[in-house]
Design a protein around this ligand. Sequence first.
Ligand SMILES: [Zn+2]
Length: 173
Amino acid sequence: MKEVLIVVDMQRGFLEPGYPLYCGDAVREKVIPAVKSMIEQKLKEGAKLIFTQDWHQPDDPEFKMWPRHCVAGTEEAEIVPELASYEGIHIHKTRYSAFYNTNLDQILKEIAPDKVTVCGVCTDICVLYTVADLRNRDYPVEVHEKCVASFDPEAHEWALKHMEKILGVKVIR
Ligand SMILES: [Zn+2]
């Protein structure tokens, strides 16, 4: 079985205090160790690893909605040091879905995975829209509750239910 693990936006800007879109200590403490052990487990099982990174130009129109964050090449846009040493394919993205204006579609077509596991932040934003685009392409998707998080716990719960009931994701709690 060919498997892919997509690690969504595990970047300093979302997971280290002091940055404008820091998700908070609870998210940081939950999700970094959980994603780390998921990576270890999936690598042992022979999965391919893909990291997405929010990666904006300084004048990105997204900054009309959100404070300026994760500008290309800055420390803020780096993968957190706890996960930075794992080798994988890096997808730089400018919108919530990791498919928008990237070569992720092509990469997945070449791998042709039987299953895609998605982890990272935020459950209700970049995880959700990336998962939706995976399901639009008919990839079977699995999401482990402990390996995703959001600064908004209610939205986290809603997104998990939505992924399960509407997108046909296997949500593991
Ligand atoms: Zn962004």
